[in-house]
Design a binder for this molecule. Structure first.
Ligand code: ZN
Length: 328
């Protein structure tokens, strides 16, 4: 899905800083921001971008292009941009690279802070904006379920970039092999809903998503994926501007989209008990050789085709073959 930039705002509009502050605080005064922003249309959705007037080494057009590309990656994954409109605020900071980001329900709004010395390569390799945009595609849930919000953003960010061809399968799996151990339960863990540590929130949530993606593919003979489940949530009208009382409500919608009970079953197992999958066995089953600095793939592993399908995206239904059972 290609985004179209409709208009480049002047670089020194006197109201821009007011609008930027409005966006950064989540107030996102629509009239102000809409009148002083650059518009990016992504399918039927409209993004209002406000960039802090500052001495960015990159041109405004470069920054707008990066936001457009990031929005396209997310729209490609969800088959549409997840909200009808969104405000994007870009704030300047010292140094180089995208420093941090935040998604806010008002607007909804995504704010990113970016170093004024940032280069084109810094934006090419950025994952933070995509992570924040993915937050727009899931309703807000009670605090105890915060792990699903962050886990989805961590997992989908990598997969969506791979699906769009901007991250290699080796880079995806290397990130997961390094990161997923942080998501394993430690002593005194009481399950995902009751252990709000950094590791369990970000990587425990991402591990839940990886296991769910594998389970959905196995349960459907490779015809359905976590992506289909998440598209089902967006298709049902849920986004970050919604608040639900229970995660189960959303998972039921997502399961219906794949015709499985995978997410509900996995959640029932992991919500209040410290389930600890054997990651070494999982990487073996997927054909991911982790003993070298560089990830190598074993195409003869039982789930090699499933692993390849995860990063391949919509195109090849490479995983439509019989999966051998395995446990983790
Ligand atoms: Zn996040």
């Amino acid at each position: 899905m290609a985004a179209i930039v409709r208009d480049l705002a002047g670089s020194a509009h006197p109201l821009t800083i007011v609008c930027l502050l409005a966006v950064l605080t989540g107030a996102a005064y629509p009239v102000c921001a809409q009148q002083n922003s650059t518009i990016i249309d992504v399918g039927d959705s409209r993004l209002y971008v406000v960039i802090e007037n500052s001495k960015f080494r990159l041109s405004q057009r470069d920054i707008i292009d990066w936001i457009r590309r990031s929005a396209d990656v997310v729209a490609n994954y969800y088959a549409r941009f997840p909200t009808k409109q969104a405000y994007i605020g870009v704030r300047a900071a010292a140094g180089a690279g995208v420093k941090r980001g935040r998604a806010l329900r008002d607007g909804p709004t995504v704010n990113v802070t970016m170093g004024v010395e940032s280069t084109a390569n810094d934006l090419q390799t950025d994952w933070i904006l995509i992570h924040e945009l993915i937050h727009l595609a899931f309703p807000r849930v009670p605090d105890r379920h915060h792990w699903i919000e962050e886990g989805l953003a961590v997992y989908v960010e990598s997969i969506a970039r791979a699906n769009a061809g901007t991250l290699t399968p080796e880079e995806v799996w290397r990130g997961f092999v390094l990161g997923m151990p942080h998501g394993l339960p430690r002593a005194d863990d009481r399950g995902l809903d009751f252990t709000p540590t950094w590791g369990r929130t970000y990587w425990g949530g991402a591990l839940f998503c990886l296991l769910a993606d594998i389970d959905i593919r196995k349960a459907s003979g490779g015809k359905m994926t976590l992506r289909d489940a998440l598209r089902g949530i967006v298709d049902a009208g849920f986004d970050m501007t919604d608040q639900v009382d229970s995660l189960s409500t959303v998972l039921t919608v997502a399961d219906a989209a794949t015709g499985t009970l995978t997410l509900t079953a996995l959640y029932d197992r992991m919500k209040d008990s410290p389930e600890a999958p054997d990651l070494s066995a999982l990487w073996d089953q997927l054909g991911i050789d982790t003993q070298y600095q560089k990830i190598q793939f074993n195409e003869r592993a039982p789930l090699a085709a499933l692993r390849a399908a995860i990063t391949a995206g919509d195109h090849p239904r490479a995983a439509e073959r019989h999966y051998k059972d395995f446990t983790y």
